[in-house]
Design a protein around this ligand. Structure first.
Ligand SMILES: Cc1cc2nc3c(=O)[nH]c(=O)nc-3n(C[C@H](O)[C@H](O)[C@H](O)COP(=O)(O)OP(=O)(O)OC[C@H]3O[C@@H](n4cnc5c(N)ncnc54)[C@H](O)[C@@H]3O)c2cc1C
Length: 390
């Protein structure tokens, strides 16, 4: 006897997409979220690409803060390389966006329970067959044929099932972001500061949020975590460049810039989104890739429920479809990230000095990455692969 076919743990983009797809596939689905609100607190720069987003949902002014059409890349010596990208992307209001995705899951038939903190799994014969959770101070449990862990970085639920979800320090960025007001930045431009001087092993971003606000954050690679603190770096940056800015809210969080986990299923359990390490290792962006992974997990979950086989082999289509959709490109991006990590600040300055001579209407992301690959020829093939959408 089970209470649900599928229980999804976590109400982020990956969880809501999984719940929607599972419910649409006919599975009796419940999504559990530990926080009081879906989508809050926001731990995210909120930037997404337009093309990736449109595959799932039509952009709605309700949850779009700004539309981005320009990019600025800064080198360590602050040389600015600008170029345009028509319909490049958006800065979201994640709180409202995540609500929208959860709402769609609900409309597809999934039940949703917030304030439900999953703190254990029901295991039988080495297979997951339900969850234990705390709800308003009460300990509860529910049985399910299949559990989808969409519980974010280093999935605790995965670990409860014996999966190895810990990430090496070198594959984890430590992120800190302040949403600030009283700031005057171009509302159509995302601005990246590259090099160790700004953010060792990562980058610093300014994403405009409209109404004189912006998300200003940075990710520092775990290797440097003992040397520099992202919080202090952002505060130092704001004091120096935007002394009039006022911090409205701030967040910190880990960003897995790693390859997808080798195993993303075990008997009765799937991992998806950040929990499965589906984040783009170059950009640290995981909203869209999490949506891709979540939807695939939900679809395969419904199919496995129908076929009555929720073992690793019965769900083998999930890792296969993920690798077909994103996996190879994801691995190429990982190798590019490793190559970029070896480029010195002097080399980055050299690249920027060359690129700045090219008129901005002749520049593109591919041209920038190709210029980087001239300094690091080992990544040229992967740049070609990644941009060919392999
Ligand atoms: C500082 C920072 C900036 C970022 N900027 C960007 C960006 O600009 N663009 C981009 O694409 N990505 C960005 N990311 C990454 C992005 O936020 C994540 O990749 C994305 O949110 C992953 O979605 P998810 O659904 O897998 O996980 P999450 O969004 O983390 O959702 C997991 C959910 O599970 C819930 N949960 C966890 N444990 C339990 C439990 N035991 N029981 C019940 N619920 C649980 C959590 O409360 C949470 O709601 C950023 C990350 C950080 C830290």
């Amino acid at each position: 006897m089970t209470d649900y076919d599928v229980i999804v743990v976590g109400g982020g983009p990956a969880g809501s997409m999984a719940a929607e797809a599972a419910a649409k596939g006919g599975a009796k689905t419940l999504m559990l979220e530990k926080d009081r609100d879906i989508g809050y607190p926001v731990r995210c720069g909120e930037g997404v690409g337009a093309a990736g987003l449109r595959k799932f949902i039509e952009p709605d002014p309700k949850w779009i803060a700004t539309t981005i059409s320009k990019v600025r890349m800064r080198s360590p010596d602050n040389t600015q390389v600008d170029f345009g990208l028509a319909n490049a992307g958006y800065v979201l209001h994640r709180r409202l966006f995540d609500y929208e995705l959860a709402n769609r899951a609900g409309q597809a038939g999934a039940e949703i329970q917030t304030r439900a903190y999953v703190d254990g799994l029901i295991m039988e014969n080495d297979a997951v067959c339900g969850v234990k959770y705390q709800y308003m101070g009460e300990q509860r449990s529910l049985r399910a044929k299949l559990v989808i862990a969409a519980d974010g970085v280093e999935s605790r639920v995965g670990r409860m099932a014996g999966m190895r979800t810990a990430t090496k320090l070198k594959d984890m960025d430590s992120g800190y972001q302040a949403t600030v007001g009283n700031i005057d930045v171009d509302q159509e431009m995302i601005d990246f500061y590259n090099g160790d001087v700004w953010a060792p092993g990562g980058y610093l971003w300014i994403f405009p949020k409209g109404d004189g606000m912006a998300n200003i954050g940075l990710g520092v690679n775990g290797k440097y975590a003992h040397e520099c603190h992202p919080h202090d770096m952002i505060h130092g940056f704001l004091d120096k460049y935007f002394p009039k800015a006022r911090i409205l809210t701030s967040v910190c969080g880990g960003i897995p810039v790693a390859k997808t986990l080798k195993l993303i299923t075990s008997n009765g359990l799937m991992l998806t989104g950040d929990a499965a390490r589906m984040v783009n290792p170059v950009t640290g962006g995981g909203i869209i890739t999490g949506m891709v992974g979540g939807q695939l997990a939900g679809q395969v979950a419904a199919e496995s429920i129908q076929s009555g086989d929720v073992t690793v082999s019965g769900m083998a289509d999930y890792p296969k479809r993920w690798h077909k959709a994103e996996g190879k490109g994801h691995e190429a991006f990982y190798r590019i990230a490793q190559g970029i990590a070896e480029i010195t600040d002097d080399q980055l300055n050299k690249i920027a000095h060359r690129l700045v001579k090219t008129p901005s209407d002749k520049l593109s992301l591919l041209k920038i990455f190709t210029a980087v690959a001239r300094e690091k020829p080992g990544i040229l093939l992967d740049v070609t692969r990644a941009f060919a959408g392999v």
